[in-house]
Write a protein that binds this ligand. Structure first.
Ligand SMILES: Cc1cc2nc3c(=O)[nH]c(=O)nc-3n(C[C@H](O)[C@H](O)[C@H](O)COP(=O)(O)OP(=O)(O)OC[C@H]3O[C@@H](n4cnc5c(N)ncnc54)[C@H](O)[C@@H]3O)c2cc1C
Length: 438
């Protein structure tokens, strides 16, 4: 079996590794001249900044990749630390643990009592939006002050636009066992917390860079896939020529995926690609600041009723000892147009608001914009129900499955295991056929 992989973000690179481990031939095509996809790290004026994810979790899969890439020694682990929410004009600890719940000022006594009544409410339904589920189960105060901002912040999205059917799918499944969405959520958070947040000395992109070096015979950078069509096998077309494969795995963003699959659509082998073309992404800008403040913890999200443009901030100085580096996020579904403002305007907004929230002076290091942005997981996801691809073409993406780096790595491992089983089955079928003809 020979597998063609589109994209050398973390999914494509993890798949490259796991296929090599299974002894399966593969080629990974990456449009960009550097690997990592949305994982980007830069050093500006001596500061390591992250114009993409700020951290990942130290799961066995991530550690395995770091070991293979020879950079396990470069892992920096962060303390779990508090997460804050800016609500009612001040920063308060997000009530994730029991102690935080009972001591937090983010909720009134009535708001806490309403949250505790959650087991008496009906289970969440896939027909509801995420906002409807959260407000009905936990009350509007808890939703607006921290649940909405924390949850929506993961996607830069608005929970009012997110169908629970997609965005809460696994949590609703878990709720059936735990009989409480809160218990289901805490179980997931606590499981996640067993793996510490981590990065690398030179930032997150050190992992994709080192993996690409380790597998340079399997990865082609600066090689955009223009089209995929079907012959006896699947053929990938790039500016360098055509190459045939038995299986194709696409990890690219939705629009790029629709574009390269158009020949299969024209031949009637794929349908529903308009769902991919119209899938919504939330634009995002990041402003990197230098500031030294006294709060412990990872950062904050901004509550819904505050008069700020800022969505939230990640305190990379606290987490990774990054010489005062802090990241401020702007845009998302709440204010997509702000991302079009000039660098100077974004920098000023972020700096002023950070100083007001955290109460210390800040200076601007850099500004970045994320393209195409975060998959929004909103109502445009319904159209994916009509997507049909031929056997042998698989999407392994952060818009068809969970977004976090550990989940991307896990999906790649499972896919490689599945291919290895298929390869064994194909081999034994061939042997049987040969035996029958001799
Ligand atoms: C701002 C931000 C913050 C995040 N924060 C966290 C976090 O704190 N923790 C966490 O675990 N996760 C976080 N995530 C999620 C996680 O980083 C991503 O879901 C994950 O890195 C996506 O990896 P991927 O390989 O699936 O896709 P991508 O990184 O999008 O990679 C796809 C690759 O395909 C390539 N490509 C596109 N078109 C073509 C073509 N025609 N031919 C060849 N190649 C092509 C692209 O260039 C790209 O390299 C965050 C994401 C973002 C955007």
């Amino acid at each position: 079996m020979k597998v063609g992989i589109v994209g050398a973000g973390i999914t494509g690179l993890a798949l490259t590794h796991y296929l090599a481990k299974q002894g399966i031939e593969s080629v990974t095509f990456e449009a960009d001249d550097e690997p990592g996809g949305v994982i980007r790290s830069r050093t500006v004026d001596g500061h390591v900044i992250e114009p993409g994810p700020q951290r990942m979790r130290k799961t066995p899969g991530v550690v395995e990749l770091a070991e293979k890439a020879g950079i396990a020694e470069e892992i920096i682990e962060a303390n779990e630390g508090e997460l804050y929410v800016y609500a009612n004009g001040e920063l308060g600890e997000a009530p994730i643990t029991k102690r935080q719940f009972f001591t937090t000022d983010l909720l009134s006594v009535r708001g806490k009592a309403r949250m505790l009544a959650e087991p008496l409410t009906k289970p969440g339904s896939p027909q509801e939006t995420v906002e409807e589920v959260f407000v009905r189960k936990f009350g509007r105060e808890a939703y607006e002050h921290f649940i909405g901002p924390l949850y929506g912040g993961i996607y830069g999205s608005d929970p009012a636009e997110m169908p629970a059917a997609f965005a809460l799918e696994s949590l609703l499944e878990r709720e059936k066992e735990t009989k409480s969405l809160l218990r289901a959520f805490l179980q997931r958070v606590n499981q996640g917390h067993t793996a510490a947040p981590m990065s690398f000395t030179d930032g997150n992109q050190q992992l994709p860079n080192a993996l690409t070096e380790a597998y340079d015979d399997r990865i082609e950078l600066s090689t955009p896939v223009k089209a995929i069509h079907a012959d006896d096998r699947y053929v990938i077309e790039t500016p360098n020529g055509s190459e045939a494969f038995d299986r194709i795995v696409i990890t690219a963003d939705a629009k790029a995926t629709a574009e390269m699959l158009s020949p299969l659509e024209a031949d009637g082998l794929a349908s529903g690609l308009d769902g991919l073309r119209d899938l919504r992404y939330n634009p995002l800008a990041q402003v990197f600041l230098q500031a030294d403040h006294d709060y412990p913890g990872k950062g904050y999200q901004v509550g819904y009723n505050e008069d700020l443009h800022t969505l939230g901030s990640s305190w990379n100085e606290n987490m990774f000892d990054r010489d005062g580096a802090q990241t401020v996020f702007l845009g998302g579904m709440h204010e997509p147009e702000i991302v079009e403002e000039s660098d100077d305007t974004l920098a000023e907004i972020a700096r002023e608001e950070f100083e007001a929230v955290v109460g210390c002076e800040a200076t601007v290091i850099d500004v970045a914009r994320l393209k195409p942005g975060f998959p929004a997981w909103d109502t445009s996801w319904w159209a994916l129900e009509d997507l049909e691809l031929p056997d042998g073409v698989t999407l392994a993406t952060n818009y068809t499955a969970r977004m976090g780096v550990p989940s991307r790595v896990k999906e790649a491992r499972e896919l490689a295991e599945q291919f290895a089983q298929q390869a064994t089955a194909d081999d034994s079928q061939q042997e049987t056929a040969v035996a029958a003809t001799t």
